[in-house]
Design a protein around this ligand. Structure first.
Ligand code: ZN
Length: 232
């Protein structure tokens, strides 16, 4: 296993993505914080019936879904010996298209968290399968170019990497960061990952059995070498 400096921060677009994509790696990282980017709930009207929450995940209308997902996430992360940290950006299903955050706004908040937490290594999603994943990758890339003294890695978003094989295109977006495949997951313990996924009953219902199976396929990581912009 590649030695990576600690503490480590794993960026998660939503509350479940880090576990879906890195659930075998996280327990091996030691001092690890998972930071969810789209974990805000301020101003959301929970009386509105939304397709993903209400129909796919089966959550009754009127429940604060963000609070429910934070509780699920804390449970899952504790099983993987990691802790949770969250930013307050609104998930795509809760925001208006015109209020989508720009990558540099996300990147600024990521950098603020890196400083507060004393992070030495960041593991970010390639940005597959969902607009919020793309935005997380773009925001993290912005931060990486300004914090190039840290160690940076990218992970394969699961299960999406096994549905939309546009990994090359995602890597191209990070191409100035010279991605190189790297084996981080030397001794995976799939039973821990499966137990952690069970902590997300609403999300797993929404994803379905087939996608959950794809999330248990091989995890994948790339080492990134961001070029500094010279700006801080
Ligand atoms: Zn997601």
């Amino acid at each position: 296993m590649v030695t990576i400096p600690q503490p480590v921060l794993v960026l998660s677009p939503h509350m479940d993505d880090a576990v879906l994509s890195c659930g075998e790696l996280i327990p091996q990282l030691g001092d690890c914080v998972v930071m969810t980017v789209f974990a805000g709930g301020e101003g959301v009207d929970w009386t509105i019936r939304r397709g993903w929450d209400a129909v796919d995940c089966g959550i009754p209308v009127g429940i604060n879904v963000v609070e429910l997902r934070i509780a699920e996430d804390n449970d899952a992360l504790s099983r993987l010996d990691a802790s949770g940290h969250r930013l307050d950006f609104l998930d795509a299903q809760y925001r208006r298209p015109q209020s989508e955050p720009a990558p540099h706004v996300i990147g600024e908040k990521i950098r603020g968290a890196l400083r507060r937490l004393g992070t030495q290594t960041v593991i970010l999603p390639l940005g597959l399968g969902h607009r919020d994943h793309e935005l997380t990758a773009a925001g993290a890339a912005w931060a990486a170019r300004r914090s190039s003294e840290l160690a940076w890695f990218a992970y394969k978003d699961l299960p999406y990497a096994y549905e939309e094989p546009n990994i090359e295109a995602a890597l191209e977006k990070l191409s100035d960061m010279a991605p190189a495949p790297v084996g981080l997951d030397a001794e995976p313990r799939s039973s821990d990952k499966a137990a952690a996924l069970d902590c997300y009953p609403t999300q797993m219902r929404g994803l379905g059995a087939e996608r959950r199976e794809k999330a248990m396929l091989a995890e994948g990581y790339w080492s990134l070498s961001p070029r500094s912009t010279g700006r801080s």
